[in-house]
Design a protein around this ligand. Structure first.
Ligand code: SF4
Length: 461
């Protein structure tokens, strides 16, 4: 069924869903109309968002919004659940390599106050637990653990420590004090190798000291032993190799999707759906098998739209690179309402987008990938990659989204801005987006529009 791409409100999606159903739409078991996520789970924010009108986007949203339900179903069927925290992309590859083990990120509670428009009261409860607004919205994870109303309690909780942000470290320690034991593993702060020091290539074009890779490898092996105990079988090299191959299949699919969308002359998919799709890289949204077809369907839709020149945003939209995830998903819609389109991103987990080396011993490969995390190394490394991607995708303007309370935001924006100014001289705006940004919309709109206007004025006549 051919259909011109649109961005629809939740109500408009009801009608679109009926059309698709009449045309013979086939959905996985977690499918259904989007509006039910408001009725059943109080995800009121969905009423204020605009969604891509494709069946592929419908599947993506249903996959995302049924994660907790799917986790509970998996547990009822005997699966063991692992809460993996902070590393964003590495431990889930190991957990998924074991039979009947499912990883998820309790950190994902980050978005619950946004989705429920704070009716969950998680941030208020987090205040009472000693994590006030001077912490980033990930503090919502703390009460979510205690009240059992969101994600199921994991059978094993694993968290990286060391080179992680102060916010997360403090919140995870508080969580442990509240009675949730955590298996900690150490992540050293990535540094450039000293002259003459043995060094290794890392994914993303980085280089790290061999000693640091060795340290992370030993830590991951220790984590692997505990995961094996949970699963009742060893996490053998063969199992991890197979797990790495499966993870890379998903990463390749995501690379195809990003390349198709970000390099296209118009936007075949909107920014919001691209943010959600990229997020799937970190833990396959708790179902590695299903994640692949979800992404493949989106990539097929994007390719079809590019081939037929059917774009969801006007062709003259400004090509924008977006730095950091947004606490309020509505901000991604706002970019388009202001006349921009997403053509590049660093949502803080670029190491989960890069392929894991398949020609190395598997724990060594995972250690190198973990050490390539943009948040465990100098912000200059992150800035370098952003500049390279800005060139690759012909970016015209950059938006740096600051996360309220996030301890890293005040200092990482400067090196990123400086490098972009030095190498590309692109217009940049830095904005802070709270979990529900409605009250700030006029200000945010003015600031984004201003930077897009500058970008437009710089275009060749
Ligand atoms: S402060 Fe930043 S890195 Fe730390 S948990 Fe929050 S968003 Fe993640």
């Amino acid at each position: 069924m051919t259909h011109s791409p649109l961005q629809l409100t939740l109500t408009e999606w009801d009608q679109r869903y009926a059309e698709l159903a009449r045309a013979g739409l086939r959905e996985p078991w977690y499918g259904g109309p989007l509006a039910r996520h408001v009725e059943r789970e109080n995800n009121e924010r969905l009423r204020r968002l605009r969604f891509d009108s494709s069946a592929a986007a419908l599947r993506l949203w249903n996959f995302l919004l049924t994660e907790n339900e799917r986790l509970r179903t998996a547990r009822a069927q005997g699966d063991r659940l692992v809460g993996t925290m902070k590393d964003l992309g590495t431990v889930p590859v190991m957990a998924c390599a074991l039979p009947k083990v499912r990883p998820f990120y309790p950190d994902g509670a980050w978005w619950t106050p946004c989705l429920m428009e704070c009716s969950d009261r998680l941030l208020v409860q987090a205040d009472a637990l000693g994590t006030d607004p001077s912490f980033c919205p990930v503090r919502a994870m703390l009460p979510a653990f205690l009240n059992d109303e969101h994600f199921p309690r994991p059978d094993l909780l694993i968290c990286s420590t060391g080179a992680v942000c102060d916010d997360f470290s403090a919140i995870a320690q508080r969580l442990e004090r509240l009675g949730h034991p955590i298996l900690w593993w150490e992540m050293p702060r990535r540094r450039a190798p000293d002259p003459g020091e043995p060094a290794c290539d890392l994914p993303g074009g980085l280089i790290g000291p061999a000693g640091q890779v060795e340290c992370v490898r030993e830590e991951l092996q220790r984590v692997g032993v505990e995961l094996g105990k949970l699963a009742g079988c060893d996490l053998t090299h063969e199992r991890i190799r197979a797990g790495i191959r499966s993870a890379n299949q998903i990463r390749r699919q995501l690379q195809t999707l990003r390349q198709t969308v970000y390099a296209a002359p118009g936007a075949p998919l909107p920014a919001l759906e691209m943010l959600i799709a990229e997020m799937l890289a970190v833990h396959f949204c708790s179902d590695r098998g299903e994640c692949l077809p979800v992404l493949a369907e989106l990539a097929t839709e994007a390719t079809r739209r590019v081939a037929t020149r059917q774009f969801v945003i006007p062709d003259d939209a400004v090509r924008v690179f977006w730095v950091n995830p947004v606490a309020d998903l509505r901000a991604m819609n706002l970019l388009e309402a202001c006349g921009g389109r997403l053509c590049g991103s660093d949502f803080m987990f670029t190491h989960a987008l890069d392929l894991i080396p398949e020609d190395l011993p598997p724990f060594e490969a995972l250690a190198r990938t973990a050490l390539a995390d943009p948040m465990v190394g100098p912000a200059q490394d992150r800035a370098r990659r952003i500049v390279d991607d800005c060139r690759r995708f012909k970016i015209e303007a950059v938006v740096i989204a600051r996360i309220p309370g996030a301890s890293h935001c005040p200092w990482e924006g400067n090196p990123i801005r400086e490098r972009i100014a030095d190498k590309l001289a692109l217009p940049i705006v830095e904005i802070e987006i709270p979990p529900v940004c409605d009250a700030l919309l006029p200000t945010l709109r003015t600031r984004i529009e201003a930077v897009l206007e500058i970008a437009r004025a710089r275009r060749e006549p």
